[in-house]
Design a binder for this molecule. Structure first.
Ligand code: PHE
Length: 357
């Protein structure tokens, strides 16, 4: 019995992991273990022998059991100590800078454009994206039968059964914000209205949701000449060039009269856009003098007030300035794209610091 005792206590104290301990437990105390075999021997002993051997065997069994438990605890403590040592960290160290998120080019360009127009005295106005038929169409001189409604690929909202008002729409342009701003502020007024617009269209240069920025200036004596100056100033600031050449092309919008589409002179030499030089023309926006009916719809007297409006695609001018080839990538949320084209969070565009640095 002494041999068994010293054998197992020795093995237990030398064990280096829990699996070894478990093997030892089975070897000694398991059903076929050595101590258990001794226990079975008790049956064949005389009552006198059994009286001393029985308690001694039981004591040995207990001793081995306690040794196993003690060793198991010790191994666990050692493992924990080791883990604490290897995973230790100094919480007093300063934080390490990590790669920041980026500002989406659409947000950046919206800020750039807003900064430029703010400098010319325009304030920013917003309107709802789910718009009534009246604000999106009628008030802008686009009555029910007008072909412009069909051209716009409008998304219509559902109406409850029995509700026979014209369905609300996802606004197809930012022009309804002209009406809302004039209703709210009256004249004179100078606002720009950036925001999301929706049309059912999808290819390399069209997505069902995109962004526009509307401009509106109403006063006593505003003319196309003011429009031209404002747009020239805008294009110079936005593309960060000293000179620009702008061309007004006669066009038609129901809400302006006369109407013009505006092109800027540019070159595409070597595949990169240069604004202000070259023999190409690039269309950047639609504009015109606000139609008297539109002023009337917004309760402004067209015999007293007049002014210009324009609407520009934010996504489009972002693509042009930053050389982004596919519009759809704007809305894919691809992290690699966002890191490449995104802007640093603190890179707030201001006219004095430079718009796109
Ligand atoms: N709303 C027009 C469009 O979406 C753009 C525009 C705005 C044209 C204001 C003239 C005046 O195409």
């Amino acid at each position: 019995m002494d041999d068994l005792k010293s054998k197992y206590l020795g093995l237990i104290s030398g064990a280096s992991d829990e699996a070894t301990l478990e093997d030892l437990r089975v070897q000694a105390l398991g059903k076929k273990g050595e101590i258990s075999a001794q226990m079975r021997e008790l049956g064949r002993m005389s009552p006198e022998e059994r009286q001393t051997a029985g308690p001694a065997l039981n004591a040995l069994k207990d001793e081995i059991n306690s040794a196993l438990i003690a060793k198991k605890t010790a191994l666990g403590d050692a493992a924990l100590d080791e883990r604490l040592r290897s995973e230790w960290l100094d919480v007093t160290l300063p934080g390490r800078t990590r790669r920041q998120g980026t500002i989406h080019p659409i947000s950046q360009v919206t800020e750039e454009v807003s900064a430029i127009f703010a400098d010319m005295g325009f304030s920013v106005a917003e309107g709802p994206q789910v718009e009534s038929d009246w604000y999106n169409f009628d008030a802008l001189n686009i009555p029910g039968h007008h072909p412009a409604r069909a051209e716009m690929d409008t998304f219509y909202m559902a109406r409850a059964a029995g509700d026979d008002r014209p369905p609300a729409v996802l606004r197809t342009h930012t022009s309804p914000v002209q009406i809302r701003s004039m209703e709210a502020q009256g004249a004179p007024i100078r606002v720009i209205c950036p925001g999301r617009v929706y049309r059912a269209d999808y290819d390399q240069t069209h997505t069902p949701m995109f962004h526009q920025i509307e401009g509106l200036a109403i006063d006593k004596a505003i003319s196309m000449a003011n429009l031209k100056w404002v747009l020239e100033e805008f294009v110079k600031s936005y593309f960060e060039v000293d000179t620009v050449d702008i061309r007004f092309r006669a066009s038609h919008f129901p809400f302006t009269e006369p109407s013009a589409e505006v092109d800027i002179r540019c070159s595409w030499e070597g595949g990169t856009l240069k604004v202000g030089e070259g023999d190409d023309w690039l269309e950047i926006l639609g504009s015109g003098m606000v139609h008297p009916k539109v002023l009337q719809a917004a309760r402004i007297d067209p015999t007293q007030w007049q002014g210009f409006a324009f609407g520009m695609g934010i996504d489009r001018i972002a693509m042009l300035k930053y050389g982004i080839p596919d519009l759809r990538a704007f809305f894919d949320s691809d992290l690699r794209w966002l890191r490449h084209y995104g802007f640093a969070a603190l890179d707030v565009p201001t006219l004095h610091a430079g718009l796109s640095r």
